[in-house]
Design a protein around this ligand. Structure first.
Ligand SMILES: [Zn+2]
Length: 326
């Protein structure tokens, strides 16, 4: 058993406290490999942003749980070596059982999500509460979820939205004692968030629900999953170099900025990072057919990803220049 504190990681408590006070969102960026981690550390380090590094079930299947934990630890050490003084949390994304959450807590994660959103309400409370009790003994933060997001994120699949019911949130938070709550207000996982033909037809997020939840919970951290904007710039590069992403649309960045004004303290971005890497790899290989050194296409993909992260931190989340207050 290893505590996250020995690894130099931070839980999310202070990050969220400051985010609520100063109205910005802490980024939740997902990793599956070395280059994504490097891009996150550099992107957040250069912008002096706190960061939550997220590991999903799919990432664990892909890269091995132990490997990812050491990668996370390597990220902390790399940040120190480069002189970045930023708080870094290592977070389990969409944990689906008490056992998995416990396993991650015992192996050095500083924050975990238990996603019981597909369970019946009372059952969601029961398991979330059990996870919280164990996590809090170890000073680990817990994110819970109410409401169901449409879309596909590896092991999380749902055909329909079920918006969060604001009438349930106080009871849920009081009884589970979770540290943050993911809610469903119209964001969704993946690159095809809306069944529309053009960008202009994307419906607005349900700010009415967000405001109502905020009113009921007061200064309590709210989390948005599935909040990539499916950046057109990269979708176009992918399509221009042999890809076929049709009608891929995401959440407009100005709506995410607006969400940070109403108590959204964490915004999860995964798909946008995937698009950047795919766009760069497609372009470089198409333009350099003789290239066979992975560093020559993964390196520039990593650099572009860290640029995207810097821009998101500065222009969308507002998390740039906030690490010093945490
Ligand atoms: Zn998610």
């Amino acid at each position: 058993m290893v505590s996250f504190k020995e690894l130099g990681l931070k839980n999310t408590r202070k990050m969220f406290e400051v985010s609520l006070e100063k109205k910005f969102a802490v980024p939740g960026y997902n990793i599956n490999n070395l280059e994504q981690l490097q891009a996150i550390i550099i992107g957040c380090g250069e912008t002096d942003s706190p960061v939550i590094i997220q590991i999903s079930q799919g990432a664990r299947d892909y890269a091995n749980q132990t490997m990812l934990r050491y990668l996370g630890q390597g990220g902390v050490e790399m940040a120190k070596e480069l002189g970045y003084n930023i708080p870094i949390a290592l977070h389990l994304d969409h944990g689906n059982s008490f056992e998995l959450c416990k396993d991650c807590i015992d192996s050095g994660f500083s924050s975990i999500m238990f996603d019981g959103s597909h369970l019946e309400y009372e059952k969601n409370i029961e398991v979330t509460k059990k996870v919280v009790e164990y996590a809090h003994k170890n000073d680990v933060s817990v994110e819970a979820e109410l409401g169901v997001l449409a879309g596909i994120e590896e092991h999380v699949k749902s055909e329909v939205h079920k918006y969060t019911d604001p009438e349930q949130v106080e009871d849920f938070v009081n009884r589970t004692q979770c540290d943050s709550l993911a809610i469903a207000i119209g964001t969704s996982h993946g690159a095809y968030k809306f069944k529309v033909d053009k960008q202009e037809d994307i419906p607005e997020l349900r700010f009415d629900i967000l405001k109502d939840v905020r009113k009921r919970l007061g200064k309590f951290p709210i989390v948005l999953h599935g909040s990539s904007s499916v950046l057109k710039k990269y979708v176009d590069v992918i399509n221009n170099y042999g890809g076929n992403l049709e009608k891929a649309f995401g959440i407009p960045e100005e709506q995410l900025r607006k969400a940070t004004e109403f108590g959204v303290s964490k915004i999860n971005i995964d798909t946008d990072g995937r698009l950047v890497v795919t766009a760069m790899v497609r372009k470089i290989l198409a333009e350099n057919p003789k290239e066979f050194d992975p560093r020559k296409y993964l390196g520039p993909a990593r650099d572009e990803l860290s640029e995207m992260i810097k821009r998101k931190n500065k222009e969308v989340l507002g998390s740039a220049d906030q690490a010093k207050f945490i």
